[in-house]
Write a protein that binds this ligand. Structure first.
Ligand SMILES: [Zn+2]
Length: 153
């Protein structure tokens, strides 16, 4: 398994010095009743407001009479919350980097904010890789720096 390369760790540490509250994992996990580790919610990396969360999907709700009790089974799905806003960060070094933040944070992001958000994503990629989410193609993110952004529809 690929490990987070030194350049990424340096980028993360540099951004963390300026923005310790932003440069951290923002996907929150929990252990379900049957012992599986699952994603519980995704926070706005900048302000920690939930932007995606597990919600009950009514289409799959079942009820069953068991003796005198009614057992209700509900299925949870990960859903985008109404305050979600995707942003497209233009990268110096080529390409765009799409991230999700909350609507209130999405306007007026500074250069410093964009660098912190990009570093937070690198932190999160490392976490996913560590938790068995597969190898991260780190080379794709190397040598790039945010240079402005726009809101996605
Ligand atoms: Zn926010």
């Amino acid at each position: 398994m690929a490990k987070r390369p030194a350049w990424a760790t340096k980028k993360i540490n540099d951004a963390k010095k300026k923005n310790p509250k932003v440069v951290k994992p923002f996907i929150k996990r929990m252990v379900s009743d049957n012992g599986m580790e699952i994603i519980d919610k995704i926070l706005c990396p900048k302000c920690d407001a939930p932007i995606k969360s597990l919600v009950i999907d009514d289409r799959f709700t079942e009820s069953q009479n068991v003796g005198e009790k009614v057992v209700i089974r509900e299925r949870m799905v990960m859903a985008e919350l109404p305050n979600t806003q995707n942003i497209r960060i233009k990268m110096d070094g080529g390409g765009d980097h799409v991230m999700t933040v909350c609507k209130s944070c999405s306007s007026g992001l500074s250069q410093n904010d964009l660098e912190a958000l990009y570093a937070a994503d690198l932190v999160q990629f490392g976490e996913l890789e560590k938790n068995g989410g597969g190898s991260v193609p780190w080379y794709v993110f190397e040598g790039k720096k945010p240079k402005g952004y726009k809101l996605e529809d």
